[in-house]
Design a protein around this ligand. Sequence first.
Ligand code: MSP
Length: 653
Amino acid sequence: MAKNKFYCTAPIYYVNAAPHLGTLYTTVIADVAARWNALRGKEVFFLTGTDEHGQKIAEKAAQLGKNPREFVDSMIPPFKAAWELYGIEYSKFIRTTDAEHEKAVVELIETLIASDDVYKSSYQGFYCVPDETFVVGDVDSVKDGQMPLCPSCQRPVQIVEEENYFFRLSAYTDKLLEFYAKNPNFIQPKEKFNEVIEFVKSGLKDLSISRKTVSWGIPFPGDPAHTVYVWGDALTNYISAVGFGSGNASGDASFAKWWPADVHIMGKDIVRFHAVYWPAFLMAANLPLPKKLLVHSYILVGDTKMSKSRGNVLDPVVLADTYGAEAIRYFLMRYTSFAQDASVSLEQMTTVINADLSNSFGNLVNRVLVLAQANGLDVVPGLPVLEEDGVVLRERALECIMSVCDEMGHYNYHLALGAVWKFVNEMNAYLHTQQPWKVVKEDKQRFAAIISMVCHGLKVAATLLWPVMPEKMLKVATALGCEVKCEVGKDLTESLRKMTWNKTFTLQQLSAPLFPRIEPIVAPAPDAAATQEPVKKEAVVEQKSTEITIDDVVKVEILIGTILEVEPLAGSDKLLKLKVDFGDRGVRQILSGVAQYTTCDALRGIQAAFVCNLPERKMRGEISQGMILGADDGKSFAPLSVDKKMPNGSRVR
Ligand code: MSP
């Protein structure tokens, strides 16, 4: 049973600022881990939440003229809304102000006191408020009030002097080193593990675990003049969330079931707390240690860490609106490696999303669906025997499944996604060589066989991509007439591996492009990015005269396409919504202001000419990816067409 459960945690976030792309990053990594394990048939518990105590939060509340409780409550909706927007499917959202959590913290500290690991002593030293941590250094060396900078965030520290409760961290030096030696995969990546080992080897000092000057916190057991050090409070969330300290049987059973966590996921700035303090607390309380710490690097803007205090954050809500939340999830998981900082830009996101998602994957799905439908193949029958090319494609699919399982198992998400895209490209190449649009004219059965192979391949890809883009992949599955449904005890990757490629697919067209193309955008000034929508780059056309040159003419890409569907656009009496098949160039949605001059029936099924290299536009919330050409006399509209049927996607010259 133990093997069949998976408990993963994201950090709990400080509520002094709304989530940004950097904090979203950690959360998406954890969500993908949770979903991947659910896909593999495990029962999953995925924890995230908010870290609400401490001086930093109290100061922020005071600045806003609120009491801390009022302030922290007001910050929860933006977190929950952002996580919902991004499909973060947590099992529990914990708040460190939850009564059960506070009770568990008291229980843990009491256990540490009982095991004689806590003593009272006076302390004078440097403290970094933004990081809520003590900084090593000699306070007597301060000259003219010039405070040293925190080595982690590079901001000036403060001197604190107070009587505190201390945890005997120094007594755990050898035990920690022994634990690290016995668990060589405890921290990933290795370099981070080595840094931790070096730090511990250099000798640990006892750790102050109470504050007398910070009133916004959990009262220290037995001495309410003190509050519990915010990291002691925060780290305990990982056990309080699953029942530690509940004092009731169901809490105890839940704790026994879920703890220890399979993985704590976090950014590199908070490794020491998780790799040194947390294991030492757990050792002192005689509790099992987490199995793994997955440490990722930073999302940078230029060469600076993205953070609210630096004013260079990208707002996940704005990004989701511009690019689509799942496209952002894909971008983050594919184009960052956890071991290295990743500098992101809006231009890079646009390029990647258009190339990988709109073109390679989205068009592949559209092409297959449209080709099948246009040729009356709504139900793609299973094949009794695979032809040679089918066997090869199935082999490629099996290779893809194996490498995705391998890479995901090692948290190499970017490599796993690379393996899926290799297979997507193989499917595109397969269509390109098999040319089903030609084959259909002579051999309907062979046509069906080619479509069938790609449907099987798409089922594989959609299942493997579900952890990263769950909503979109469910759309693909529905379009193929199948599903991605996680069940405890059923490993869907195993089902894919064992799948016989003779399934019947009942196809359904997509109601909108899977990944609409994104217009190129100009990055807003860093600070403005937090509050403003990215600025759309307008095509600047300088019109000097009415004459144009041949170069201007060839710039206009006019393609022939078949209008598959037409319907009035809801809420508009001028616009019609067309679905147009451009063959190899995919199916596009085009909005056209001709409703007053023609009817849906007059347009449905005809071939016409369209301008296809205009930037995408949004009208009444719908995307338009081109423009129909034709003439109108004020009463009627005549679409421009060619006088013999041409392959869809042919260019007009
Ligand atoms: N409250 C503590 C965590 C306590 S866990 C018991 C905390 N909160 S935080 O809001 O400052 O950061 C939460 C997470 O977001 C950390 O893993 C941090 O590394 C991550 N990130 C914040 N900015 C980031 C980037 N620019 N890039 C990548 N991750 C970033 O620390």
